[in-house]
Design a protein around this ligand. Structure first.
Ligand code: UD1
Ligand code: UDP
Length: 367
């Protein structure tokens, strides 16, 4: 007779926009197994505008957080320290068996550090991604979080190879696929019902969708000018829709640059469903977002990533992604090439199939 497994108490951490589509399917999967998992949700408050946070809880049906740390914005040190200070008593109060952190934002590393010092086991979802570029704050967050995690869930095999090279023990590493794609698969039918195209006066496969927020692009006035000039140029031939991240909005205001306001539409950040609807019908997506590189790969929508490197090389080799320098002429040229090219749909990466959360829950219960 096999002994009945004890229930696991799992604490999930969210803080910033890309965390929400990663945590939603894991919480939903674990909620379907109440005899196996007890769950606690902590929101650090790193992102706090309605359309950077609450709208995702509503559209992705994420439960209301049990604990809200309300840390808000700040420098890297101030924000990381604020999360750590606020999180420590919360961790001590709930005493979970595991803390699950996702992605590579400051909240991810801050909570992982607190767990490592209090001896609470850490599971990192989206482990092993590496851009090789240590000027990116996210690369530091990835490297350090992975070093102190007890269980590492990678989205693709390149992640396993990176972790093994850094000395992580192979039995801690599990390639489970891309959990963000679970959310996409589940919500695509709902997104297709949204009237966002008609609301913006767009036709399917005609518009270019833009989203940018990397400090290397938007906090550098020279790079931001080049990118905005490229957007203005592309908008002479195509409608360009640009939901503007709050970091980017601040910097655009600071530039005081004259932009055409007819076919280049700078709008507020969109909720998940409207953004997905626009992405799924775009002729081209121009971005520096990590998640958007993956979502366009799944959808087979051409994507230009305005960066010199990516921690998601599988989107270049098995996807629709291309890297482009943050120079106006290079972006305009690459966009014209993409828009002329025929739409090809390369095979999707292995395990990007909407079933990743199930594999994560199975691994946790099999430990
Ligand atoms: C953060 C993550 C980045 C992720 C991005 C997703 C880190 C180091 N960076 O970058 O990896 O790709 O989120 O969107 O964790 N702000 C608001 N309202 C909000 C949130 C932010 O106005 O709800 C403004 C504030 O002026 C803030 C700035 O945006 O200072 C930057 O926010 P922050 O969370 O520090 O970094 P992001 O650029 O959002
Ligand atoms: N996203 C959104 N609305 C927007 C821009 C992005 O819902 O206006 C979604 C996008 O589809 C993806 C996630 O936000 O699911 C990615 O987050 P972000 O680009 O902020 O962070 P990154 O992935 O670069 O860390």
């Amino acid at each position: 007779m096999t002994a009945k497994r004890a229930m696991l108490k799992i604490m999930h951490i969210v803080g910033a926009r890309p965390n929400f589509p990663k945590v939603a399917p894991i919480m939903s999967e674990m909620a379907r197994r109440p005899e196996q998992f007890q769950q606690v949700l902590v929101h650090t408050g790193q992102h706090y505008d309605y359309n950077m946070s609450q709208v995702f809880f509503e559209q992705l049906e994420i439960p209301t957080p049990d604990e809200f740390l309300n840390v808000g914005s700040g420098s890297h040190a101030a924000q990381t320290a604020a999360v750590m200070t606020a999180f420590e008593p919360v961790l001590a109060k709930h005493r979970p068996d595991w803390v699950m952190v996702v992605g590579d934002v400051n909240s991810t590393l801050a909570c992982a550090l607190v767990c490592s010092k209090l001896g609470v086991r850490i599971a990192h979802v989206e482990a092993g991604l590496r851009s090789g570029d240590r000027t990116m704050p996210e690369e530091i967050n990835r490297l350090l979080t992975d070093q102190i995690s007890d269980l590492l869930f990678t989205p693709s095999k390149d992640g396993n190879a990176n972790l093994l090279r850094e000395g992580v023990e192979s039995q801690k590493i599990h390639c489970v696929g891309n959990v963000m794609i679970d959310t996409l698969v589940k919500l695509l039918p709902k997104a297709q019902q949204r009237p966002i195209l008609s609301r913006l006066g767009l036709e399917p496969r005609e518009h270019v969708l833009v989203t940018l927020h990397r400090p290397s692009n938007v906090d550098d006035a020279g790079a931001l000018r080049e990118i905005l000039q490229a957007m203005a140029e592309i908008s002479r031939r195509r409608s360009v829709v640009f939901p503007v991240h709050p970091r980017t909005r601040k910097q655009i205001v600071g530039l005081a640059m004259a932009l055409p306001n007819t076919t280049l539409r700078l709008i507020e950040p969109l909720g998940y469903l409207d953004f997905l609807a626009l992405m799924n019908t775009a002729a081209l997506v121009i971005t520096d977002s990590g998640g958007v590189q993956e979502e366009t790969t799944y959808l087979g929508i051409p994507c230009l990533t305005v960066r010199p490197n990516t921690e998601r090389p599988i989107t270049l080799t098995s996807g629709t992604n291309r890297l482009v320098a943050s120079r106006c002429a290079r972006i305009v040229e690459a966009a014209a090439e993409s828009l002329r090219g025929s739409k090809s749909s390369p095979p999707r990466p292995e395990y990007w199939d909407g079933q990743t959360a199930g594999r994560i829950a199975d691994v946790m219960m099999g430990l």
